[in-house]
Design a protein around this ligand. Structure first.
Ligand SMILES: Cc1ncc(COP(=O)(O)O)c(C=O)c1O
Length: 262
């Protein structure tokens, strides 16, 4: 649900006339509804109220500083994928301890910048990235907090181009190789294993793929904990979809109650 509607043939965002805005600032212009963004953010907050959690907005969706500030003000975190995004998040007042650094292409310079800023954790996608991060952390005399991004091999039933958790996709470490990669991470002296991450795709309109992925990951967490690894954080994605056309993404009313072992 959003706050853009026509009143007597004229488009409004909340109570603001888009026509009046266009006259004032010119076109093209982007208009975001504060109410809509805040309401959706609070729906996630409410849904996870029973467990300690952090809702981290993926800045790749929208890097507008006012939008980022809105989420920061509500206590939200940010998912960043570059040093540029790191600086934008800092400029928007996001607490570095609420930032996670995702993405397959982090450079050593970007790793160093995020380590210096003191972010919550790096979502690491490969053994190569793990060893590079270890070296960068060593050169700075620190330890890098890490979650490995594990690919659960689940079809998210969304558009193939935005499916990220299938075995054939480039993202993450194959679930069958996860234990071995966690063991490698534990051996690296400047890496601190703190969590696990999985992201199955964007524009998700069905809950079942999520549940299937979470069941797989939860089994893996049990195994890792059994091997003495501390998994403090479980970072789950992607986000629920929106209605572009005829999609019916799940809402609080339509989704059944489920609980996940953690
Ligand atoms: C690691 C990660 N975080 C966040 C996103 C954005 O996902 P969504 O739009 O579903 O929130 C993606 C998209 O691929 C991603 O790979």
């Amino acid at each position: 649900m959003h706050d853009f509607r026509f009143k007597k043939g004229k488009l409004y965002c909340e109570d603001v006339s888009i026509e009046a805005l266009a006259e004032k600032v010119g076109t093209p212009l982007y208009v975001y509804s504060h109410n809509t963004l805040r309401r959706h953010f609070l729906a996630y907050q409410k849904a996870f109220a029973k467990v300690p959690h952090l809702i981290a907005f993926a800045m790749k969706a929208n890097a507008n500083l006012a939008v980022l500030r809105l989420f920061a003000k509500e206590g939200g975190g940010i998912d960043i994928v570059s040093e540029g995004e790191l600086h934008r998040a800092l400029a928007a007042g996001v607490d570095p301890k609420k930032m996670v650094f995702a993405g397959v292409g982090k450079t050593r310079k970007e790793m160093a910048a995020a380590l210096r800023a003191g972010i919550l954790m790096f979502n690491v996608e490969s053994a190569q990235e793990l060893t590079a991060l270890d070296e960068v952390a060593k050169s700075l005399g620190t330890k890098a907090p890490v979650a490995l991004r594990v690919n659960p091999d689940i079809n998210p039933k969304t558009h193939p181009y935005i499916s990220t958790g299938l075995k054939k996709s480039k993202f993450g470490i194959e679930i069958t190789r996860a234990v071995e990669q966690y063991q490698l991470a534990s051996r690296l002296s400047n890496i601190e294993v703190v969590g696990i991450h999985s992201h199955i795709g964007s524009q998700l309109t069905q809950i079942k793929p999520f549940v299937d992925a979470l069941k797989r990951i939860s089994k893996l967490i049990e195994e890792l904990r059994g091997r003495g690894m501390e998994i403090k954080y479980w970072d789950i994605g992607g986000g629920l979809g929106i209605t572009y056309d005829a999609e019916k993404p799940p809402s609080r009313k339509s989704s059944p109650r489920r609980s996940f072992p953690c």
